[in-house]
Design a protein around this ligand. Structure first.
Ligand code: NAD
Length: 328
């Protein structure tokens, strides 16, 4: 078992609690499900329609009697209501990720990420769960040039995907005001780690770089490759999810940056991964990507203040924990 799963980020006894993870067959959700079951949760229910998730991510969990898979779509309100039965805490991860996917097909991204989000929010509120937290995104900062990114200064969204995450936050804020249903949005900054899919048109940069370098192929850098990112290891994201779900005495909706708080540009990242693997492959350069944010770096003091977030894995440690997953 990976060290970031064995590490304990909570102090409460979770054997009394049942958790629902939407999108639990995906990268972030399946890691969170693994953590909760490893630490003795009473029940972990995954709601996923396998649109982008992978059954192999949750295969090892099926032997655990406290694990439950509900195959279904968040776009169906009845399915969301059913998923909430007997649940104490909800981590909503289900969405269609990727900026390019949303530019190619804004209708489907809107349907899943906004209508689906509203269904989960409404169902969780009606079921009176103790807390719901949800995946927002650093893409919400859009065209804002301010660095580091501080929660209250967001710019104009640069893609349909960014719009959907901004709308999620608006709905969550409204539910807090009208129904006193207080949730927490986690604005993830480029998450990476084991179980992140390296395949497909919308794969993320670290899985792409690992698989390219391991196959002795060059990575393609979009534009100049000088875009900077605050890469966030999955262990830190699990910590944020667990602490945000279990936090007590929340009096309003909060949206918090979840990152490590350092940045690196993509050329430097490619060199770092080459060094790790003992290679020195030159990258190739492709056209700039539409909707791409140039620079990203998070101020993480709000998450520290609201629920005690304290990231433990920096980029180097995270890459070391991840490389074996891509070696196959
Ligand atoms: P992922 O694609 O691996 O996981 C998403 C999961 O949601 C998949 O298992 C998919 O099958 C499921 N899903 C999609 N549509 C669904 C639907 N209609 N009904 C039920 N399930 C559905 O992505 P991930 O990287 O694990 O991302 C999880 C969340 O975090 C998403 O909301 C994403 O937008 C957000 N996020 C991720 C990152 C990142 O760097 N990975 C950054 C910012 C935000």
């Amino acid at each position: 078992m990976n060290s970031y799963i064995k590490a304990q980020y909570h102090y409460q006894d979770i054997s009394k609690f049942s958790f629902l993870i939407t999108g639990g067959a995906g990268f972030i959700g399946s890691n969170l499900a693994t953590y909760l079951l490893y630490h003795g949760a009473k029940k972990v229910r995954v709601l996923d329609n396998l649109a982008t998730g992978n059954l192999s991510n949750i295969e090892p969990l099926k032997a655990n009697p406290n694990f439950e898979l509900l195959e279904g779509d968040i776009c169906d309100l009845e399915t969301c209501n059913k998923a909430m039965e007997g649940i104490d805490y909800v981590s909503h991860q289900a969405a269609l990720g990727s900026v390019p996917r949303s530019i190619k097909d804004p209708i489907t991204t809107n349907k899943v990420n906004i209508d689906g989000f509203l269904n989960v929010l409404e169902a969780a509120k009606n079921a009176k769960v103790k807390r719901m937290i949800y995946a927002s995104s650093s893409s919400i900062y859009g065209d804002s040039k301010i660095l580091p990114k501080v929660e209250e200064n967001i710019g104009k969204p640069l893609s349909p995907y960014a719009i959907t995450k901004a709308v999620n936050e608006l709905y969550a804020d409204t539910f807090s005001k009208h129904y006193a249903f207080h949730t927490i949005g986690l604005r993830y900054f480029n998450v990476f780690g084991p179980l992140q899919d390296p395949n497909g048109a919308y794969a993320a940069v670290i899985p792409l770089f690992f698989t390219a370098a391991l196959n002795n192929k060059p990575a393609t850098l979009n534009g100049k490759g000088d875009q900077t990112r605050d890469f966030t290891f999955i262990g830190n994201v699990i910590q944020a999810n667990v602490k945000a779900m279990l936090v007590e005495n929340l009096t309003q909706h909060e949206a918090c940056n979840i990152a490590f708080g350092e940045r690196i540009n993509l050329q430097e990242l490619w060199v770092k991964i080459n060094d790790m693997l003992g290679k020195s492959i030159d990258p190739v350069f492709g056209p700039p990507r539409a909707g791409d944010v140039q620079d990203s770096l998070a101020d993480i003091s709000k998450a520290k203040r609201v629920f005690g977030y304290q990231p433990e894995y920096d980029l180097n440690e995270g890459l070391k924990e991840s490389v074996d997953f891509y070696r196959v």
